[in-house]
Design a protein around this ligand. Structure first.
Ligand SMILES: Nc1ncnc2c1ncn2[C@@H]1O[C@H](COP(=O)(O)OP(=O)(O)O)[C@@H](O)[C@H]1O
Ligand SMILES: N[C@@H](CCC(=O)OP(=O)(O)O)C(=O)O
Length: 362
């Protein structure tokens, strides 16, 4: 296979696994399993992030429409995840491969201890040539506790596991330079780090069973690529999509990866919700941080500090218009930092090694 990826995360979206009537598409699942088997035979590590619990539940239980939507989703996912994983177990079993179920919530990525426990679990599974199949724990993840969609989850898994590549399978050939249904639009094959106007050609329209949509998918992809992981978006309904993609024989969208970031930066990149405080910086500090030179944030460039944080907590860095510049680990507590705002010759408030810059800015 041509693309030199060793550790690959494959995200299979709801639309790829579901037929138009909302039921799971077993033929497609079987076809994807065959390709993953082929990739495994090349000695590569594969982690699957698979949606499909709700669709599988739908094939087993009919729930009256009068039931609450959240409770219905919990019920369908609780029943369906068992069927989904049994389907994968039977299909991989035919090829003498063992798979494992890993159900996670957003909380597991926020807490550094949980995060490391998860990393260790994936590590031991991969060492034993087992294919982890990850999904959100839909039974306990409801409303605001949920991931935006499984793309967000796949991005987190790719970052946590230092993957070489994240392959996102959707129901379109990639990101188009306009509405994919309109004649004359075509797939953008490469999206570089400096692409900032994605929203100008990606609509917020979602596919039938999708949750986040292409715009959220592309923001996640850019963030993950900024950490040094190649991200591809391809059409999961195409025959031999995975093997052809890895052989570079398929049109798809690739987000160019940057130089690999450290494990700490990878964790920080997805920690916006865990920030304990906000540090506002002036234009000069923003220019310095986003320049190609590795620069730490000094208190001389800070204009305001909000929220109470301790040394070691995550803080959001925002510019004078409140736009997110990055996320970092504070070297001072908020009281101490506030006392020294604007002072020169102090040690940095955020050291470069513990700073992740928003790809929109960098
Ligand atoms: N510029 C674009 N390029 C490709 N797809 C787009 C674009 N703008 C909007 N879309 C929509 O995004 C959908 C895929 O996203 P999503 O609904 O999240 O799918 P999935 O369930 O596979 O995660 C496509 O079916 C398409 O309708
Ligand atoms: N966790 C849910 C799927 C979540 C979801 O829809 O994500 P996506 O496939 O990215 O649109 C399930 O297994 O049904």
């Amino acid at each position: 296979m041509a693309l030199p990826y060793n550790r690959i995360i494959i995200k299979i979206g709801s639309n790829v696994l579901t037929q138009a009537n909302g039921m799971p598409d077993l033929d497609r699942i079987a076809h994807l399993v065959e390709q993953i088997t082929e990739i495994k035979k090349q000695g590569k590590e594969v982690i699957l992030v698979s949606s499909g619990a709700v669709a599988s539940g739908r094939s087993l239980v009919t729930v009256s429409e009068k039931f609450d939507a959240v409770a219905t989703r919990q019920l369908l996912a609780a029943v369906g995840q068992v069927k989904l994983i049994n389907t994968y177990t039977a299909l991989f079993g035919k090829h003498d491969l063992v798979c494992a179920q890993v159900l996670v919530t957003k909380e597991d990525f926020r807490d550094r201890q949980h995060y490391q426990n998860m990393q260790n679990c994936f590590q031991v599974l991969l060492q034993h040539h087992i294919i982890p199949i990850v999904n959100e724990n839909d039974v306990v993840s409801v409303t605001e506790l949920m991931f935006t969609d499984n793309d967000e989850l796949a991005g987190l898994v790719a970052s946590a596991l230092n993957a070489d590549a994240l392959l996102i399978l959707s129901n379109v050939d990639g990101i188009y330079n306009g509405n994919p249904k309109e004649e004359g639009t075509k797939v953008i094959e490469e999206i570089g780090h400096d692409a900032t106007d994605l929203a100008s050609f990606i609509s917020t329209q979602r596919s039938q069973f999708g949750r986040g949509g292409m715009l959220t998918k592309s923001y996640m992809a850019r963030k993950v690529a900024a950490l040094g992981i190649a991200v591809h978006i391809a059409n999961g309904t195409t025959q031999n999509v995975l093997t052809r993609l890895l052989d570079e024989e398929l049109i798809n969208t690739r987000f160019t990866p940057k130089k690999a970031a450290s494990g700490k930066k990878k964790w920080l990149a997805h920690s916006e919700d865990s920030a304990k405080g906000v540090v506002q910086i002036n234009e000069g500090a923003k220019q310095a941080l986003t320049s190609p030179k590795a620069t730490s944030l000094l208190l001389v460039g800070v204009t305001a500090i909000r929220g109470a944080f301790k040394k070691g907590d995550i803080v959001k860095l925002v510019d004078e218009t409140e736009k997110l510049v990055g996320l970092g680990i504070a070297e001072y507590d908020s009281e101490n930092a506030t006392e020294h705002i604007g002072h020169k010759e102090q040690r940095p408030l955020v050291h470069y090694d513990y700073l992740f810059l928003n790809p929109d800015m960098a």
